[in-house]
Design a protein around this ligand. Structure first.
Ligand SMILES: [Cu+2]
Length: 288
């Protein structure tokens, strides 16, 4: 019966809507993408929150308004100036007022977007006084992390994707790694990022961090996670055949837990020396 079919279709629609809502509620706390998610992953740093505000509260309304305005104009022209409604067309070719308006208005819109955009870029790239520094090196196809000696570290380790056969309960397919980067909560973490072979990109959405890993160059970014948890990201520069299999996992823990992890990590990764903290201003000269 058509009625039944309608009922089934409606049920399917509601089920899809339900999983959308559930997916998005889950995404708010997950630290990784979830099925049916739309929108961003949870923001756990002030910069990620700024990115969300910029997209959701500024750009999106402007885009919607422009689309509605242009669609409205098109419809108006279609109905008002079609052959039947307007048999004798105007011969006008220029209208100075109109030319000025459609030049000035887009410029104004772009200026409104540019001001917070540059403010955001500045906040991402001007690093406040760092509490800890970690160096990430992108390699084909995994990441290495170096905790410098002079910051109570002195070790380096590789962070490699876990094979599906090694996944433990709570692990995530294609995102969990054998050794996570561990950082303390509410501390400014300076990430120094470079590439060992080709260009990679160190990106963790929840932290609002995105920086390229370029061989011969030490790029810097920072984050200050305001909540404990594990936050996942992925290499975001196409870097070869296993580009999709070099995720990033950042575990944010309390300060005592971080101190305890440092002690363990020093023993666990004892064979790797770790370098001294590199000053980006001097190492940037390595570029060419
Ligand atoms: Cu890649």
């Amino acid at each position: 019966m058509p009625g039944n079919r309608l009922g089934t279709s409606l049920k399917a629609v509601f089920a899809t809507l339900g999983s959308f809502i559930a997916g998005n509620a889950l995404a708010a706390e997950a630290g990784h993408p979830v099925p049916m998610q739309i929108g961003f992953q949870e923001a756990v740093t002030p910069i990620a929150a700024y990115i969300h505000w910029f997209h959701d509260d500024l750009i999106l309304p402007i885009i919607v308004a422009i689309c509605l305005f242009v669609a409205g104009l098109l419809l108006f022209c279609v109905f008002r100036f079609n052959d039947r409604a307007n048999p004798t067309p105007s011969k006008m070719t220029h209208h100075t007022g109109l030319e000025v308006a459609w030049t000035i208005l887009p410029v104004l819109v772009l200026v409104i977007i540019a001001i917070p955009s540059f403010r955001l870029l500045t906040q991402q790239l001007v690093i406040p006084k760092a509490d800890i520094t970690i160096k990430a090196t992108g390699k084909q196809w995994y990441w290495s992390y170096d905790y410098p000696k002079d910051q109570n570290g002195g070790f380096e380790f590789d962070s490699v994707l876990k094979a599906d056969s090694d996944l433990q309960p709570g692990d995530i397919h294609l995102l969990s790694v054998d050794n996570e980067v561990v950082v303390p909560v509410n501390k400014v973490v300076r990430m120094q990022v470079t590439g060992a072979d080709v260009i990679h990109s160190w990106v963790v959405q929840s932290l609002g961090s995105r920086i390229d890993a370029v061989p011969g160059r030490l790029n810097e970014t920072w984050f200050k996670a305001e909540r404990e948890g594990v936050f996942y990201g992925q290499c975001s520069k196409l870097c070869g055949k296993d580009h999709a299999y070099m995720p990033i996992a950042v575990r944010v823990v309390s300060e005592p837990a971080y101190a305890a992890w440092l002690q363990d990590a020093k023993k666990k990764y004892a064979s790797t020396g770790g370098t001294s903290y590199a000053d980006a201003s001097s190492t940037k000269a390595l570029t060419r």
